[in-house]
Design a protein around this ligand. Structure first.
Ligand SMILES: [Ca+2]
Ligand SMILES: [Ca+2]
Length: 347
């Protein structure tokens, strides 16, 4: 039988352990270097669009209650499920749980707004914490939302500037996004170093399904008729190694569309599975209000550091804490447990 203090310490370690389990997502990123005038700093960007699996982990961590609508019931609509997969919610408010529908884990998440995506970035910036939406989880970090579901668009700006050493995870500016998908320093100034399409080509990609033959192919123009799992066009990477920046789902930018109406609109780029060639090229960016959600719009993230492997460091840390505690307990059963447990946390 554990004494009360030891029971509390065990509870704490159990909580820590659950934290790590909840925090178990990694997001592949690639380095985008070769500073340019528009993006004069190195950064990382998601190799792929954010997936249902990654977004479901986010929901399970922060949306047992969901006052800001991070989840949309249409994510589990028969149409969405039939087109590859979505996210199912079970339980009731206060104990919501989220699961990816069968086979849907690697499809890009969709039916998410700029506000949803910004909260996802905050959660990653804050280290994937578990808890209801508050300033430590979704409401601050990279963007200050402050518990308001839809704060004025022009007040939601990046809190940390990558160009002056700020760290964290954000939505890409349009310059960051286009550079990651279309820039190639080997092209030379004649072409301004940018490919028209994010498949390292100035010719429109073949609008066909995933294949291992044609590097210049993409999911657009209804060549498939729906989404494909991220990275399916495995030969069609950009110069920096990103996939699906041309096609699959439109991707939300951080950038405003300054159309003179008070910066109340955000932009998105890259087209989708149903978009025409011009829409997946550098010649086009779409726009929407920050609360709008579409079945063909998702996002990818940018960051200043790799997004951690699935909690391996965290697992090791939690294990170390538990082992340290157990060793101390065996060596000196009467030693006060709480101070040793606390010091163990710092290892
Ligand atoms: Ca939403
Ligand atoms: Ca895309």
């Amino acid at each position: 039988m554990l004494s009360a203090p030891r029971f509390l310490v065990y509870l704490f370690f159990s909580w820590l352990w659950l934290q790590e389990l909840h925090a178990a997502i990694s997001i592949d990123t690639v380095l985008v270097d070769h500073p340019t005038s528009n993006v004069p700093y190195d950064y990382r960007i998601g190799t792929y669009e954010v997936t249902n699996s990654q977004y479901a982990a986010f929901l399970n961590a922060v949306a047992t209650v969901d006052p800001h609508g991070l989840y949309h019931t249409a994510m589990a609509s028969p149409t969405i499920v039939a087109q590859g997969g979505g996210i199912q919610r079970s339980g009731s408010s206060g104990s919501y749980r989220y699961t990816v529908t069968p086979g849907g884990g690697n499809y890009p998440v969709r039916i998410v707004s700029f506000y949803d995506a910004a909260r996802f970035c905050n959660w990653l910036t804050n280290g994937q914490p578990v808890g209801p939406p508050d300033l430590n989880t979704t409401e601050s970090g990279m963007y200050f939302l402050g518990g308001v579901s839809q704060p004025p668009n022009n007040q939601v700006v990046r809190l940390m500037n990558f160009n002056s050493g700020g760290n964290g995870v954000a939505l890409p500016t349009r310059y960051e996004w286009y550079k990651a998908g279309h820039y190639d320093p080997s092209r030379g100034p004649l072409h301004q170093d940018y490919w028209l399409y994010a498949t390292q080509s100035d010719e429109a990609p073949l609008a066909i399904g995933p294949n291992d033959t044609f590097a210049n192919s993409a999911n657009y123009d209804n060549g498939v008729g729906g989404l494909t799992p991220v990275g399916s066009y495995e030969l069609a990477a950009s110069y920096f190694g990103t996939y699906d920046q041309s096609g699959n789902v439109w991707e939300i930018f951080e950038s405003f569309w300054d159309n003179g109406s008070g910066s109340n609109i955000r932009r998105e780029g890259g087209g989708s599975y149903g978009a025409a060639a011009v829409h997946i090229s550098t010649n086009y960016a779409s726009s929407s209000f920050p609360y709008q959600e579409y079945t063909d719009m998702g996002f990818r993230i940018v960051s200043t550091a790799p997004i951690p492997e699935p909690g391996l460091a965290g697992y090791a840390s939690a294990f170390a804490c538990m082992l340290a505690f157990r060793r101390r307990r065996r060596a000196s059963p009467k030693q006060p447990a709480l101070p040793s447990g606390i010091s163990g946390l710092e290892s």
